[in-house]
Design a protein around this ligand. Structure first.
Ligand SMILES: O=C(O)CCC(=O)C(=O)O
Length: 295
């Protein structure tokens, strides 16, 4: 079976690697084909529908809001009592998500950075960023600080981990246009070169300490992306997710790749995306992905 998930690339793999090394991120516009993104939205619309039916059966809501579009249906359900979610993680083993996480053309790029043994790191995520909700407003951080802590909440071990142990390629791709008004991310280019800085634990997220953050903030840029676009970035890059001041949900997907020979530094092991040494270990198809679970 030959799977084609992407549309075109106007930049070479070497240029991508150089931009990642220099700026700490690289944007690939129009990377995923529209039907790939539509399929992901379709699977998530199915997830919303199943949640709605369960909530109705449990007496939490009285209306399924079936006529609402993808952008607002979950919001209407939350307004009626559905849980406010930071992230969706456990329910992403659907055929369409395979098209993002295991896109061969994306893995070719990642292979150029991480080598031929690649793991999909166990924190692949869909974010339904709700309007004006602090729970979904991700503070300034480096992803490596979460990794070093082994889980959200504290980074007590951060000092013990080398940058090599924390090395990953992070990926973020929106399912609706991501703009400053609806909570697109902000990056500070070049901050991956500062190494792992100290973070403070806030109510919902870690936050880079003032001393490290303040001198950098003037250089912050909005990461404006459309569905199909993808941004790759270093897990040492300073970044944040702005508040969503629109009237609909900013849906997005984010995931990370790691050298599969390294420890995940958490109890989950993730899934093998590419293995030169053992092809049979790779997740081979959308059907195989759909049979697996978040581990
Ligand atoms: O989606 C957002 O607003 C923030 C995401 C983020 O911080 C990440 O993917 O590491």
């Amino acid at each position: 079976m030959h799977l084609v998930f992407w549309s075109y690339l106007t930049i070479s793999h070497t240029q991508i690697k150089n931009k990642l090394a220099e700026d700490g991120y690289v944007v690939l516009h129009g990377f995923f084909r529209a039907d790939v993104i539509d399929a992901v939205r379709g699977d998530l619309a199915g997830w919303i529908d199943r949640q709605a039916n369960q909530l109705l059966a449990d007496g939490v809501i009285d209306d399924l809001h079936e006529a609402e579009p993808f952008e607002t249906r979950w919001l209407r359900l939350v307004e009626e009592g559905a849980p406010r979610l930071k992230t969706i993680r456990e329910d992403l083993h659907t055929p369409a998500l395979f098209g993002l996480f295991f896109c061969p053309q994306l893995l070719d790029i990642v292979e150029g950075v991480l080598g031929q043994e690649i793991r999909l790191y166990p924190n692949y995520t869909v974010r339904p960023k709700l309007p004006d909700d602090a729970l979904t407003q991700v503070l300034w951080h480096q992803d490596a600080a979460y990794t070093a802590s082994g889980q959200h909440g504290h980074d007590a071990n951060a000092g013990d981990l080398t940058e090599d142990a924390l090395r990953m390629v992070n990926v973020w791709s929106p399912l609706v246009p991501a703009r400053p008004e609806n909570g697109c991310m902000q990056f500070v280019p070049g901050t991956h070169k500062l190494g792992l800085v100290s973070h403070n634990e806030r109510e919902h997220y870690l936050e880079i300490s003032d001393g490290a953050l303040k001198p950098q903030l003037e250089q912050a840029i909005d990461v404006i992306l459309d569905p199909g676009d993808v941004v790759l970035f270093s897990n040492l890059l300073f970044h944040m997710g702005q508040p969503n001041h629109s009237e609909s949900i900013r849906w997005s997907c984010d995931w990370r790749y790691q050298d599969a020979r390294q420890s995940t530094m958490r109890s989950e092991t993730g899934h093998i995306a590419r293995s030169q040494s053992d092809r049979s270990a790779e997740v081979q198809s959308p059907e195989a992905w759909a049979k697996l679970s978040f581990v």
